[in-house]
Design a protein around this ligand. Structure first.
Ligand SMILES: Nc1ncnc2c1ncn2[C@@H]1O[C@H](COP(=O)(O)OP(=O)(O)OP(=O)(O)O)[C@@H](O)[C@H]1O
Length: 439
């Protein structure tokens, strides 16, 4: 990296220790031949040297592709037009005092050199994260991928269960064959059987032609049965037969068809509980639960929140005209403290929305629109019973909505509240019905 300005001795030694070669540059700055395409530039604006600023402006104009990171003094120097212009050309910026771990992550990102996370999961680029818990997931994925047995993937909504299933498929011998993901909870009740197993012409009133089911369409590859706990009992029986014998029957036919598919199942429900309550077949549960993968919630993944937020912003910037470059440090802190009930999906959606709403070059806490009444991480005990109640209420409404396939009247009946109250609770807990339905 080239440091424009004067790093402190400690900063230099910390960076060197982390594996960076640091060269300082002043007003005579230039990029040496061997550094081209292999360098990150750091604009140290903490002391506001006018000659250095001039050199940086020149270099930014001549070589707009070079990745810059800026260090600014605390306060609001970013309001100065000269500084603001430079910040707009930077990938990221930090205000003093320097947060070295965050700077290292930013350097890795700006340079394209794999982050520590990517190094930990070198062949799993889909799985962004550097937390120890995610490393455990990555290790299980590698272990399970080559074994042609069912995998049961559990975890809260939006944690990345489908992402994990795709990784398993990609790393397996079936990688060149289809991967089919079906949300069992979103299938119309009367059609689940024919959607999964297919039907023959004339099998029922609307069956005007033969149709291949999702399982057959995944032949040779992998099928992910998402929200498997939502399958009706009669369909569970047929699925069990398929898992045991490798054959299925289309609706309206008694001819057994052999299909070679690896079955994966995902659920946010406690399947053991569903078995105990008689909603899920115990024998099917044991068939699916051969290999088990538990994906931890985002609030337990430490720095992954920041890493993912930056990744989602980068992806958004690649596709959309967007002047936002990063996050204010207060926004990063707020994200680290938030409990993320919708997990990675909620984070992605909030970052995208914030990138649209942000007025400046950085996303602020307000742009993220984190619910002010939501519990924050690390404070549940002091926040007291009210917070636990709110969390339980949210979870109960979300679970019931899913169980009822988003039929509001049915949900209201089961929860013994009015339809209006269901809508009010959805609004209160930011349960976006459309979004939940889509997933
Ligand atoms: N580790 C990760 N790295 C990058 N993106 C991720 C990661 N985990 C999840 N995502 C993204 O978050 C979103 C939700 O992930 P996914 O659909 O896999 O969650 P899920 O647990 O299957 O959700 P649901 O319970 O609603 O079915 C997707 O856009 C996915 O790409």
């Amino acid at each position: 990296m080239i440091w424009f300005g004067q790093p402190e001795a400690r900063e230099c030694s910390d960076l060197t220790e982390a594996g960076w070669h640091v060269r300082t540059a002043g007003a005579d700055a230039g990029i040496r031949e061997h550094e081209r395409g292999n360098v990150v530039l750091l604009a140290d604006l903490r002391r506001g040297d006018a000659r250095v600023l001039q050199a940086m402006r020149q270099l930014m104009a001549d070589r707009p592709e070079l990745p810059w990171i800026a260090l600014i003094p605390p306060g609001a120097p970013a309001q100065r037009p000269q500084v603001r212009r430079i910040l707009q050309g930077c990938r990221d910026f930090f205000s003093a005092p320097l947060d070295l771990p965050r700077l290292l992550v930013a350097l890795e990102r700006a340079s394209g050199i794999p982050s520590r996370a990517a190094v930990a999961a070198a062949d799993l680029p889909e799985l962004v994260g550097c937390s120890a818990v995610l490393a455990v997931v990555a290790a299980s994925l590698r272990k399970y991928a080559p074994i042609d047995l069912p995998v049961l993937i559990t975890g809260e909504t939006g944690v990345g269960k489908e992402v994990a299933a795709r990784v398993l498929h990609r790393l397996s011998a079936r990688a060149m064959q289809p991967f089919v993901a079906i949300n069992c909870g979103a299938l119309p009740l009367n059609l689940v059987q024919s959607e999964l197993f297919g039907h023959e012409r004339g099998a029922f009133t609307d069956a005007t032609a033969r149709r291949i089911g999702h399982i057959e369409s995944a032949a040779g590859g992998t099928i992910l049965l998402d929200e498997v706990g939502d399958l009706p009992l009669d369909v569970q029986t047929n699925l069990l037969r398929f898992l045991q014998e490798g054959v299925l029957q289309r609706v309206g036919s008694s001819r057994p068809i052999e299909v070679d598919v690896r079955v994966m199942a995902a659920t946010h429900l406690d399947l053991e509980h569903a078995v105990a309550a008689g909603h899920f077949r115990e024998d099917l549960y044991y068939r699916l639960n051969v290999l088990r993968l538990q994906i931890p919630p985002l609030r337990e993944r430490g720095d992954d929140v920041e890493l993912l937020a930056h990744r989602f912003l980068e992806r958004f910037r690649e596709r959309q005209a967007c002047t936002v470059h990063g996050f204010e440090s207060t926004a990063l802190r707020a994200m680290r403290q938030y409990t993320w009930p919708g997990n990675v999906r909620e984070l992605r959606n909030r970052v995208q929305r914030a990138a649209v709403m942000a007025e400046g070059a950085l996303i602020s806490t307000a742009d993220l629109a984190l619910p002010t009444d939501a519990p924050v991480r690390g404070t549940p005990v002091s926040a007291g019973l009210g917070v636990s109640r709110a969390l339980a209420e949210r979870e109960a409404v979300a679970a019931c909505l899913r169980e009822c396939r988003f039929n509001i009247s049915e949900c209201a009946r089961r929860l013994r509240i009015s339809r209006v109250t269901v809508y009010r609770l959805c609004k209160k807990h930011r349960l976006e019905l459309q979004e939940l339905r889509a997933h």
